[in-house]
Write a protein that binds this ligand. Structure first.
Ligand SMILES: Nc1ncnc2c1ncn2[C@@H]1O[C@H](COP(=O)(O)OP(=O)(O)OP(=O)(O)O)[C@@H](O)[C@H]1O
Ligand SMILES: [Mg+2]
Length: 263
């Protein structure tokens, strides 16, 4: 593919489950090497948009181009890693080690029941160490904190060496300190490994320094621009997007608390 071509290109996309559109005329480009945060209130279509991008749903109107190819014919799914909104409700009683959970991320490439070769095992260890969890490789997943489990789910997504990592609210239920180190990790993967990241989040304040751009969705795409432009948005614009008053600028600590409630 042409290196200047956007990794994801969405043109005039609309989608509905029943009568009413939940996405309407969305146009969005995600450049190779960028870190895009998608924000918007509950029910605004964020997860639906991700499912369309992941090829779990098909566009009814408009088109999505992935790595330059129409999403209906795009087959190189191993180029995309996904950490779902539900990852953190994973059954923690599940008897699997960190190594096994991460190795399951190779299943797409290998088929579920194949033995791991030496190079596969090395790939798994590389993914585990890239999220700083090497000490825990043999530990049962259920015996980790929520933040540590999230790191393992990222490692699982990374084990397949994707070019794009898609995350749907990956920090729900993770404490503030772990959230910060989790975002540090994402920022590092983006800067140092050139991994393209697309993340739905409700705590834009905490991640705004790590992301390269922000998109605000509420059925329609209301805004897409740099973090700086996003922070310069006027309050009335943001309230318009959310349909009620919100505060999401994170600079002064008084508004920070309210910012957490923004969605
Ligand atoms: N499988 C489905 N069938 C019918 N309607 C659905 C389905 N999935 C989602 N919806 C509806 O589509 C709209 C968008 O849902 P979506 O899950 O994309 O929102 P979201 O922005 O991810 O919300 P949240 O912040 O709560 O995760 C909602 O009104 C939801 O009720
Ligand atoms: Mg969602």
């Amino acid at each position: 593919m042409d290196t200047n071509q956007p990794l994801i290109e969405i043109n005039n996309l609309s989608y509905r489950y029943d009568k009413e559109n939940v996405l309407e005329n969305v146009n969005l480009q995600v450049e190779n090497g960028s870190f895009l945060a998608i924000v918007g209130p509950n029910g605004s279509g964020k997860s639906t948009l991700l499912k369309l991008i992941l090829g779990l749903l098909n566009p009814q109107h408009g088109e999505i181009r992935m790595f330059g190819k129409d999403s209906n014919t795009f087959r190189e799914r191993e180029k995309i890693g996904f950490v779902s909104q539900k990852a953190n409700s994973f059954n923690t009683g599940f008897p699997a080690t960190v190594f096994e959970v991460v190795a399951s991320g190779l299943a797409k490439k290998l088929g579920l029941f194949r033995f791991l070769k030496k190079e596969d095992r090395e790939m798994v260890y590389r993914a585990i160490s890239s999220v700083g969890m090497e000490k825990f490789a043999g530990r049962n997943i259920g015996e980790l904190s929520g933040g540590q489990q999230q790191r393992v789910f990222i490692a699982r997504a990374l084990a397949g060496t994707p070019e794009l990592l898609v995350l749907d609210e990956p920090t729900v239920g993770v404490d503030a300190k772990s959230v910060q180190s989790f975002y540090e990790l994402l920022g590092k993967l983006n800067r140092e490994k050139g991994l393209t990241l697309l993340m739905v989040t409700h705590d834009i304040g905490a991640v705004s320094e790590k992301v390269t751009s922000v998109a605000c969705l509420n059925k329609e795409l209301f805004f897409h621009g740099s973090t700086k432009e996003f922070e310069q948005l006027k309050m009335e614009d943001v309230s318009g997007i959310y349909g009620h008053d919100v505060k999401l600028i994170h600079h002064d600590h008084q508004s920070e608390k309210q910012g957490e409630d923004m969605a």
